[in-house]
Design a protein around this ligand. Sequence first.
Ligand code: AMP
Ligand code: GLY
Length: 422
Amino acid sequence: MKILVVGSGGREHAVIRKLRENPTVTEIFALPGNGGIAADAVCVPIGARDIPAIRDFAVSEGIDYAVVTPDDPLVLGCVDALEEAGIPCFGPRADAAIIEGSKVFSKTLMQKYGIPTARFESFDRLDAALRYLETAALPTVVKADGLALGKGVIIARTREEARRAVTAMMQEGRFGRSGERVVIEEYLEGPEVSVLAFTDSRTLVPMVSSMDHKRALDGDRGLNTGGMGTVAPNPYYTEEIAARCMDEIFLPTVRAMNAEGRPFKGCLYFGLMLTEDGPKVIEYNCRFGDPETQVVLPLLESDLLTVMRAVTEERLDEVEVRFRSRHACCVILASEGYPEHYEKGYPLEIPEAVRPQVYVAGAALKDGQLVTGGGRVVGCTAVADTLAEAVAGAYAVADQVQFKNRFCRRDIGARALTVKEG
Ligand code: AMP
Ligand code: GLY
């Protein structure tokens, strides 16, 4: 089978490695992929948002199955376009990807169907938003409606900060059209858990839970990033909480999307907060998380392509989705300065011995040499019998990967280790 994977990050590298385990896979094309992914797939320089070019490539190359993982092509209708061209896909259509593409949509959905989430109001006029902030409880959370590269969420501790956030989004166009509408919501507290789930809109199968580390610096300080590291499973996510999430959040979400005439097929990502009042949804993503995927897929024992095709064909109930009862940790090596200004183009050395454990997120090939090409450069992953060993293993891999201006958090997994040892 000829497979196409749309995207270019560490998540896509992890998906490609896992897909390659299936013996029927003959060729994988990554659009556009990156210099590191080029070791595992044929990279074709077509941007992930260039949907007509993706479709034309898939048709002319005779692609048998396509996997679309980044948010923007999904929201822009990449799966719709490929399916119209007769190519079966993994990923939601645009009308379901809106669950991530619009926070006003997802918050309204949760409210309508009684799915636990932070209380909220949505606004499309600045004056109304500012008036609401005069009496809103603090801290308060301001979110741009649309996609904003994970940067459209501001936790405001003072009224002035909240007013500035709303004005920057709605009046100064800080996130372009994404910020024309905003959601202002209640501030929640508690441990965060990421749960990715396969769903074909009839059956939902949660994957092993994970914990992201979103802030740039140790001790959860510094700016929000795309994610600086992950561990799986998440020790806060007990069996009891998992059962509650299934009943109160996961299945109600699938049913709600069906009731709205927007059946969701693909990977649905639940960003949860375990509050004193029970688990609540912080956000939905319409795709695999990055870098959650880099710890979840190495723990997947079942064949990924078999599961994905079952999702596409709406027979997820017929396949087995099994995870190893082990632990995984992924440490991101980033370029100094990320998530703001950073330099790239420095030689990137990944010793042969650790290559299977390294997922390349941002790199290019320059005259045959791998060079850094992004804020997040690589994710170093280890799987072990205990969390402590997985964390030590991931850092041991990270220590062997070299490039100039390299930086990472030194405390990935530290909080999880305080909860439970192995
Ligand atoms: P999001 O992009 O929606 O995942 O938000 C980014 C981060 O902001 C989340 O991972 C949370 O840590 C935090 N956050 C979002 N919404 C809330 C909320 N209502 N209360 C507290 N923290 C939040
Ligand atoms: N790691 C969070 C995300 O993929 O949005």
